[in-house]
Design a protein around this ligand. Structure first.
Ligand code: F6P
Length: 345
């Protein structure tokens, strides 16, 4: 088994509350095991260019409660250019990294899967506010995002009620509507629309009219950014693709708001919550989950369990193959979505 003396840590993809608690936990657990920790700046980019920062008891002090990532992040895909993979492997050697802990979502961990096949020792930590990674019950960041949206819905409720309006809240969720469903249930939304099910505008307007008929002259509609009408294309802010081939989603809330107002005659307003959902302090749940993930990731490195990702299953932190986590997205639980519909109309 490889003797582990030095490891690298990176955060890739969209930032998310809980990244700093993971970085802190990895560093503290590794130092306790006599391992030196090097922070790689801005995701895989740091490993291509050798842009590093030392992670010590001092540098990770005071970051537990902070949102974002002290390491910076990017959507760099080293496999876009073969020469970048060569440079990345050289950096691993030059820096003397015995293993890398990659904290990221589908894209970052997809790269990790390829690197493991190329002989690099990687352990993954799942991250995304969207909660759409397979093989883990939840990802950290999701709970914080849900709480932010829930609070926003509470606020939208009071103004909706005062003005007798329809409020449409567009939330994040590229491929899966986890945030929309959880925050929608917690915030008492009347209509929840998710990428997993085409939007039926007639049904949406019927629900709103039905509420009016029973004396409720305001309604709250939550729509995930990735939701669309049957057979329609993604609704985007920009067609420009990132290095993993993703467009920038956004705009479904506006489209929906206009249609609702036209069809029902009720005054409608639209709020796009956007990156507010990704910023700020993590909740206690996300701090604890991030801490448990970080400690377990180092333990997997110590055990030589490369190619594995830490995961929450029930209340246990376990190891699963990274490849299985990134192979298929985890979409919204049908039963939960059906339950949410009990409260519409
Ligand atoms: O994957 C998380 C996510 O928040 C998606 O819901 C969203 O589409 C995307 O990131 C937006 O990321 P950015 O604006 O940072 O490119």
């Amino acid at each position: 088994m490889t003797t582990i003396k030095q490891i690298g840590v990176l955060t890739g993809g969209g930032d998310c509350p809980g990244l700093n608690p993971v970085i802190r936990a990895v560093t503290r657990r590794a130092i306790r095991a006599g391992i030196t920790v090097i922070g790689l700046r801005n995701g895989w980019m740091g490993l291509i260019t050798g842009d590093t920062v030392p992670l010590t008891l001092e540098t990770v002090s005071g970051i537990l409660h902070r949102g974002g990532t002290i390491l910076g992040t990017s959507r760099t895909n080293p496999y876009k250019k073969p020469e970048d993979v060569v440079k990345l492997k050289e950096t691993v050697k030059t820096l003397g990294l015995d293993a890398i802990i990659a904290i990221g979502g589908e894209d970052t961990l997809g790269v990790a899967t390829k690197l493991v096949k190329d002989g690099i020792h990687v352990v993954g930590v799942p991250k995304t506010i969207d909660n759409d990674l397979s093989q883990t019950d939840v990802t950290f960041g999701f709970d914080t995002a849900v709480n932010i949206v829930m609070e926003a819905l509470d606020r939208l409720h009071t103004t909706a009620e005062s003005h007798h309006r329809i409020m449409v809240a567009e939330v994040m969720g590229r491929h899966a509507g986890w945030i929309a469903v959880h925050a929608g249930i917690a915030g008492g939304a009347d209509v929840i629309l998710i990428p997993e099910e085409p939007i039926d505008i007639d049904a949406v307007c019927e629900t709103i009219k039905h509420r009016h008929a029973r004396g409720k002259d305001f309604s709250i509609v939550v729509v995930a950014e990735g939701a669309k009408f049957a057979k329609a294309a993604d609704i985007t802010v920009s067609e420009k693709l990132d290095e993993f081939g993703h467009v920038r989603l956004g705009g479904i809330g506006d489209q929906l708001g206009k249609m609702i107002e036209q069809r029902t005659g009720y005054e409608t307003r639209v709020t796009v919550l956007g990156h507010i959902q990704r910023g700020g302090s993590p909740t206690a749940f996300d701090r604890v989950l991030g801490t448990r993930f970080g400690v377990k990731a180092v333990e997997l490195v110590l055990a030589g369990q490369f190619g594995k990702m830490v995961s929450l299953q029930g209340n246990a932190i376990v190891a699963v193959p990274i490849e299985e986590a990134t192979g298929k997205l985890k979409t919204v639980d049908r039963d939960l979505f059906e339950l949410a519909k009990t409260f519409s109309g």
